[in-house]
Design a protein around this ligand. Structure first.
Ligand code: PMV
Length: 332
């Protein structure tokens, strides 16, 4: 018997972390060593339709406009469907169709938007009506950073010490602060080491314990700068935090080098633009693509400066965005 509720579609944004998640204290439950803070991005979006149907003989996962990203492979998606099926007490197989409006596996956190959209669409299609907190916990089990793409605007992932206490909340709505995240896409090449694999090495860095001993203080300061909207203090901390995470990556054993020459060139240019009076800060994750954070008043100038760089293939301007939501229109 088919029920209409067995099909649902969700849209979810990727997010950019101001305080990063790099290192887990529990691998299976994806419990992070530290809490993290991020902003949802209005123009880096995944749309996913999930349909459970007794006629399907096996789970089928289709990506439109993109190769299957090895870090968000089919197996990981099916494991996530199994989690949701077990919660809903159903055994029916599913068809999943997903579409990103940006390249995956290049450091733009497609696993965050991907698992947030999958969690919302699949749980609703399975007949579950979960509270936001439960959705963030479920999304976290798929991909850690995905939990921050469920609530609206500026979000905080509380590290917790159990699955139930490690969840994300909205700390400010999207219209709280009109800062802009301008993404420069420099290449479509996929990263060689997925973040799931890379994170396992975090503890091997000689600097890991130092980072983790100071991180709660950093979170406190970041939240204070957000609260008073001190853009300079905020930007300086965000940039230093990105470099600190990369310092941990680079000093892992074996070492991890995610920063590419094109990204480094833009990082140096950002420093130059600052001396010329355009206030802008960079941050980046596990890939060559780079995020520039500025205030609305400097958006046009930064866009123009970026578009003059030959290595920049595409520019995507993001504002703070709502989190994951259901759509009425399905992809199939
Ligand atoms: O959720 P994952 O396994 O894709 O980890 C992503 C971690 C970073 O993007 C590097 C940092 C972060 O907090 O988003």
């Amino acid at each position: 018997m088919k029920n209409e509720y067995m099909k649902a579609t969700a849209l979810a944004p990727s997010n950019i972390a101001f305080i990063k998640y790099w290192g887990k204290k529990n691998e299976d439950l994806r419990l992070p060593v530290n809490g993290s803070i991020s902003m949802n991005l209005s123009n880096l979006l995944t749309t996913t339709t999930v349909e459970f149907d007794p006629d399907y003989k096996k789970d089928d996962v289709i990506f439109i406009n993109d190769d299957l990203d090895h870090s968000v492979g089919e197996k990981r998606i099916i494991t996530h469907l199994d989690r949701i099926r077990s919660r809903a007490q159903i055994k029916v197989k599913a068809k999943v169709v997903s579409k990103n409006n940006f390249p995956s596996g290049t450091g733009l956190s497609s696993s965050a938007s991907g698992f947030a959209a999958l969690t919302l669409a699949a749980s609703r299609a399975a007949g579950l009506h979960l509270f936001e907190k439960e959705l963030t916990i479920l999304a976290r089990l798929g991909s850690g950073s995905a939990c921050r793409s469920i609530p609206d605007g500026f979000t905080e992932w509380l590290s917790g010490n159990s699955s139930e206490t490690s969840y994300a909340i909205s700390i400010y709505p999207p219209d709280y602060w009109d800062i802009v995240d301008i993404v420069a896409i420099v290449s479509d090449d996929k990263k060689e080491v997925s973040s799931t694999e890379g994170q396992k090495l975090a503890d091997s860095s000689a600097f890991a314990s130092l980072r983790f001993s100071k991180i709660n203080n950093k979170i406190k300061f970041l939240k204070q700068y957000l609260r008073v909207k001190n853009f300079t203090k905020f930007g300086e901390l965000v940039e230093a935090e990105a470099l600190e995470m990369h310092a941990i990556m680079m000093t892992s054993i074996p070492s991890l080098l995610y920063i590419m020459p094109e990204s480094l060139k833009i990082m140096h240019l950002v420093k130059k633009w600052m001396t010329e009076g355009y206030e802008v800060y960079f941050t980046l994750n596990t890939g060559q693509d780079i995020h520039l954070i500025c205030q609305e008043k400097n958006r046009g100038k930064i866009y123009q400066l970026l578009s003059e760089i030959s290595e920049v293939k595409q520019i995507i301007v993001n504002k703070p965005s709502k989190g994951a939501r259901l759509l009425n229109e399905h992809l199939f």
